[in-house]
Design a protein around this ligand. Structure first.
Ligand SMILES: C[S@@+](CC[C@H](N)C(=O)[O-])C[C@H]1O[C@@H](n2cnc3c(N)ncnc32)[C@H](O)[C@@H]1O
Length: 242
């Protein structure tokens, strides 16, 4: 999983950018992130889970999409170590609940490296744009993967949506240019935190291909891992079974 990251203050920087995070997401994905999360949510609901955990839930877009698609009768949890991001998620949940009938979502603060859930609690776990934080040049990568596997019941599903290294050389060059010269500066301008967007852009640019992500999951004990390329391979949707 590469060199380990020095103690990059991930938690602090998400706390710094929480208010502009959604806006920057929409701009940099040309609004496509919503449709990717819809696809990830429907993959997550495929086996008819009764309990779903969204790790690195951030401002809650993924778990709220699961809530919307599932309707009711499902237990939903969003988990993140940034209280600022979680507060945004809770506000969004309240606004959505005023408009639509959806199951309640429990938003819990904590670190993925040490989760307060019993073994096998969840039928499905989703992680959208969060696994990169947990494994890319992260000294706790193995611990994070082991914890994720621990809280999923045997036969349960892991659904990952994440940036990916495109297979096509031409697209890889364009993608690399965009991530190196455009995203950090525009993101920095909008959020006021250049360092945060430099990290996000670099880790996206250097992140794994689908094949590498599948291999990492299989090494961590998951099986039947399979990936699908989205946005010409700049984004991947990977599903694996415990
Ligand atoms: C790029 S955001 C993704 C948010 C959301 N899932 C989405 O789709 O937009 C990554 C989130 O992961 C959280 N995070 C990173 N490392 C974490 C860890 N070890 N434990 C819990 N949350 C973590 C951050 O606080 C941040 O909210």
């Amino acid at each position: 999983m590469g060199n380990t990251r020095s103690d990059y203050p991930l938690k602090d920087f998400y706390t710094d950018i929480y208010s502009s995070y959604d806006r920057v997401n929409r701009i940099f994905t040309f609004g496509r992130d919503r449709s990717w999360r819809r696809k990830a949510a429907s993959a997550c609901l495929e086996g008819g889970p009764g309990t779903v955990l969204d790790l690195c839930t951030g401002t809650g877009d993924f778990i709220l999409e699961v809530a919307r698609q599932a309707g009711g009768g499902i237990t939903l949890t969003g988990y993140d170590f940034s209280s600022a991001m979680l507060n945004e998620a809770r506000k969004k949940f309240q606004r959505l609940r005023e408009r639509e009938q959806i199951s309640p979502v429990d938003f819990i603060e904590g670190d993925v490296g040490n989760m307060p859930f019993r073994d096998g609690t969840f039928d499905a776990v989703g992680i959208t744009f969060g696994i990169r934080n947990l494994v890319y040049k992260n000294s706790k990568a193995k611990l994070h993967l082991a914890e994720i596997a621990r809280v999923i019941r045997p036969g349960g599903q892991l659904v990952i949506l994440e940036s990916s290294r495109p297979a096509s050389m031409a697209w890889r060059l364009f993608n690399g240019f965009y991530l190196r010269f455009i995203l950090p500066y525009l993101g920095g301008l909008i959020s006021g935190n250049l360092q945060a967007y430099r990290y996000l852009a670099t880790s996206s640019k250097e992140y794994y291909s689908i094949r590498e992500m599948v291999a990492i999951l299989e090494e961590a004990g998951f099986r039947s891992a399979r990936g699908r390329a989205l946005f010409l391979g700049s984004v991947m949707l990977v599903v694996a079974e415990k």
